[in-house]
Design a protein around this ligand. Sequence first.
Ligand code: ATP
Ligand code: MG
Length: 196
Amino acid sequence: MKIGIMGGTFDPIHIGHLLAAEAARDAHALDEVWFMPSHIPPHKEDAGMTGRVRLAMAAEAIAGHPSFRLLDWEVKRGGISYTVDTVKELKEVYPDHSFAFIIGADMVNYLPKWNRIEELAGMLTFIGVNRPGSKLAVDQLPDFLQKAVVTADMPLVDISSTTIRERAAAGKSIRFMVPDRVYDYIVRSGIYGVQP
Ligand code: ATP
Ligand code: MG
């Protein structure tokens, strides 16, 4: 099976993440996409919502999609989540699957700074999707990464989790920026300062 991994902090998960995963699945005939919230991402200082809450929101977001699954490994492992460690484990547990890691343009440009990136690039492909604010510039990457990155088109979605958290804290609506089920979870849990 060809598996796409959609990694992220997902604080909260939003329609940009879901469209990226669906675009990658569609363009590259992925059998499944596994959504994998990180515990503590290497590039972020503030932990934000707990792993449990971010996993729960991701579960709500993907409910009903026949080929989207949730992978709780990084949250369960704890500590700083290095993709290279997780992918190594994935390949041990699922030796017959091939893996592609789905990332937005901002992360594509950041790839050279990822932990043990040469090792990681030898284990999977990356599927880069366009995202407003960052040019999807595969040709600017070092050679070994250019070989490891393919792209998928998606409708530009100018939404980030940061914008959503800021809007919510300011009392502005975040409806439809996250799937309805995620919105209901947020309201029910009273998180991000969203009032019913
Ligand atoms: P934050 O503002 O907290 O960084 P985020 O919206 O960037 O949140 P992340 O959890 O950091 O979300 O991102 C996970 C992955 O999803 C990254 O590869 C990121 O590039 C990608 N991604 C997030 N939002 C979009 C979007 N609107 N369009 C395309 N890709 C996206
Ligand atoms: Mg981000």
